[in-house]
Structure formats: structure tokens, C-alpha cells
Design a protein around this ligand. Structure first.
Ligand SMILES: *Cc1c(COP(=O)(O)O)cnc(C)c1O
Length: 354
């Protein structure tokens, strides 16, 4: 059965990645062993890790001499904690653009002073706030490039003179940016990279080691770097499946190629939302996310009909987050445009009948 999975995360990955990952569970690379039973210190895993790190840096246009890449257990929420542990001396700045930013802020507050340099909370996070000149004494500025729940996305990178940290969980590898502007990028891998349970961290080496704080080993980026990402048992299957996805993206033509497809998907859906009378977008137009499209029916009684259509067409995981309501269609890299076409047809049918 062909499903159209609009889940915000864990999300759809390419079918070829599922097939190769499944094959590796039974017989990894014709070794007679499952990927689930190979050692994280084996030669085979070293080469998986090396290739994954190399692909990440090449895709982002960054140099190994300046940046380290880590695949760590714990997911993005763990990085909310690891970032201030490793980078905060006394005061950091945070841009508050929604639930995930707020959670990052809460963790940082345990380590020192947090300056909220901009926030769109008053408008229930429906837009991206303007960032004014930032205090040059901040240890770093943290922001969330794409707000998965509200469907807003930064269109430009904040211009600051302090180290820049970004939670890129829901739009990494989806669009071209000057990634060299960032000092630390992190992402939970379950949106656009691989299976849940890991975070990807890309950190500029020179920003580490500046706090006097004693950092527990599992929290310490430098410790993980020094041990070659093998301070403890790595998530072998998670890293391998992430690599399969990175290879898929690379074969597709990398970020420029996928961005082209992502733009087409987002355009198709937003144009439908704007042209049909029965629906409206939730996020402010100038800051609409190309990864997570939030919308609602002007007459909520149409939701029932829409839900029934979705069921019939195998459209799943499209309900909005409880804090926003309405619907959310997530259009991550692996979602084919055909799924968006089916969704648009459903919206058109509802519009016609209403
Ligand atoms: C999903 C998400 C997170 C949380 O990720 P976990 O892996 O569940 O910790 C953090 N930030 C953003 C922007 C997200 O979309």
C-alpha cells in the first residue's frame, strides 16, 4: 500500500534507504553478520563513521581542519543541555521562536544568564522576530532555524559577532546556506537524516575549551572528539542508516538538488492553501517554512470530511501539533512530490464541495 507520510518526525526516509537498512540487518555487506551485531570498534564501522562524517562536511561545504562532526546518543534535546555545558561562561543569547527554542532556553538557564534577544511568543510564534544588534559580550547566540511545530523558518542567518549556535533539527540538508557562518550546528537525526535516537553535531573546533567548568564525559564534546566518536558504544545502526541517507542525498546532487525539489513541493502546497477558499495558512507569509506547512480550515466542521479523505487516500500524520491546532504537512527531503499532489487534490475536492 502506498502511504503518504507527512509526519513531522520521525519522518519518511527514501525507500532505497529502508531497503538497504533492512538488508544490512540480515547480512551486512555480505559479511554473514547483521549490522546489529558488529562492533562499534570494527574496521567496518570505522569506515561507516568516516564516510558519514566526510559526507556531512562536504555537503555543508566545511573543512575537516576546522570542524568536528559527531553522531551522539541523546537527540536534539540532549544538545539543549550539552551546548551551554560546553560553551557558556556566564551569559548567552537565545532567540525564542517556539517550543523547541523555549526548551533550549530552559536548559541553558541552569548554567548562567540567558538573554532573550528576540521573541515571537506574544503572537503564538507565528513569525520570526527581527534580531537587533546583539551584546558583543554574549558567549554565543542560539537560534532554531526552522520551527517544526509552528511552521516558521528563518530566511536569513542572524548577523552577529559572537559565536552562532543553531538547532537545525528540522531543516538541515534541506536548503543551501553559508554554513561557515555557524560555530555549532546540531540536529536530531530523525528529520532528514536517519532513524531516531541520535543527534548530529558539527562544531568549530576553536569554540570548545573556553569554559572553566568541569564537564561530565558524556556531556563533553571535546571528550567525544578526542575519542573519535567512540567514547562509548556508538549507535551503529543509526549511524549506518544515516550514512545510507547521506549517500542518497549525495547521489541526488546534494543540497542544491534537494532544495530545488523542496521548493517545488512547498510552492505547490502553499499555492493551493492561498488559492482555495476553505483553508488558510497559520504562519506569517514572509516566514513560512518549506519543511513544515501549517494550515487550518476556516470552518472547522470541514475537518471531519478532510480526515475521511485523508484516510481514503492513505495520507497519514498530518494533524497539527496540539499547541497550534489545525494541520501540519511536513515536506522533508524524502517526501515525494506525488504525496503533495495527492494532498492538494484532496484539498481541492473539499473546496469544491463546500
Ligand atoms: C524535533 C525537534 C527537536 C527535539 O528533538 P529530539 O530528538 O526529540 O530531542 C528539537 N528541535 C527541533 C527544531 C525539532 O524539530
Amino acid at each position: 500500500m502506498k502511504m503518504h507520510n507527512f509526519s513531522a518526525g520521525p519522518c519518511i526516509l527514501p525507500a532505497s534507504v529502508y531497503a538497504q537498512a533492512a538488508e544490512a540487518v540480515l547480512n551486512f555487506d555480505n559479511s554473514g553478520l547483521s549490522i546489529l551485531e558488529i562492533s562499534h570498534r570494527s574496521k567496518a564501522f570505522m569506515s561507516i563513521l568516516d564516510e558519514a562524517r566526510e559526507k556531512v562536511l562536504r555537503m555543508l561545504g566545511l573543512k575537516e581542519a576546522r570542524y568536528s562532526v559527531l553522531f551522539l546518543q541523546g537527540s536534539a534535546s540532549m544538545e539543549f543541555l550539552r551546548v551551554p555545558y560546553n560553551l557558556m561562561k556566564s551569559k548567552a543569547g537565545y532567540i525564542d521562536t517556539g517550543t523547541w527554542s523555549s526548551k533550549a532556553i530552559k536548559e541553558a538557564q541552569a548554567f548562567g544568564e540567558v538573554a532573550i534577544v528576540a521573541s515571537s511568543k506574544r503572537a503564538n510564534y507565528t513569525y520570526i522576530p527581527e534580531v537587533d544588534v546583539v551584546d558583543p559580550d554574549l558567549d554565543y547566540l542560539h537560534f532554531t532555524s526552522n520551527n517544526t511545530i509552528y511552521g516558521t523558518q528563518f530566511t536569513t542567518i542572524p548577523q552577529v559577532s559572537v559565536p552562532l549556535v543553531c538547532d537545525m533539527s528540522s531543516d538541515i540538508f534541506s536548503r543551501q546556506l553559508d554554513f561557515s557562518r555557524f560555530d555549532l550546528i546540531y540536529a536530531g537525526v530523525q528529520k532528514n537524516i536517519g532513524p531516531a535516537g541520535l543527534s548530529l553535531v558539527v562544531v568549530k573546533k576553536e569554540v570548545l575549551g573556553k569554559t572553566a567548568r568541569s564537564i561530565p564525559s558524556m556531556m563533553d564534546y571535546q571528550q567525544h572528539i578526542d575519542q573519535g566518536n567512540l567514547y562509548h558504544t556508538a549507535n551503529v545502526f543509526g549511524v549506518y542508516t544515516s550514512l545510507l541517507n547521506l549517500r542518497w542525498l549525495n547521489d541526488l546532487g546534494g543540497i542544491p538538488a534537494v532544495e530545488f525539489l523542496n521548493n517545488a513541493k512547498a510552492k505547490l502546497l502553499y499555492e493551493a492553501i492561498d488559492s482555495l477558499d476553505v483553508v488558510e495558512g497559520i504562519a506569517a507569509e514572509a516566514f513560512r517554512s518549506k519543511m513544515n506547512v501549517t494550515f487550518r480550515f476556516k470552518n472547522s466542521e470541514l475537518e471531519k470530511a478532510f480526515d475521511a479523505y485523508c484516510e481514503r487516500e492513505n495520507i497519514v500524520n498530518i494533524k497539527g501539533h496540539r499547541s497550534v491546532g489545525g494541520y501540519r504537512a511536513s515536506l522533508y527531503n524524502a517526501l515525494p512530490i506525488e504525496s503533495v499532489q495527492v494532498l492538494v487534490q484532496v484539498l481541492e475536492q473539499i473546496n469544491q464541495k463546500a
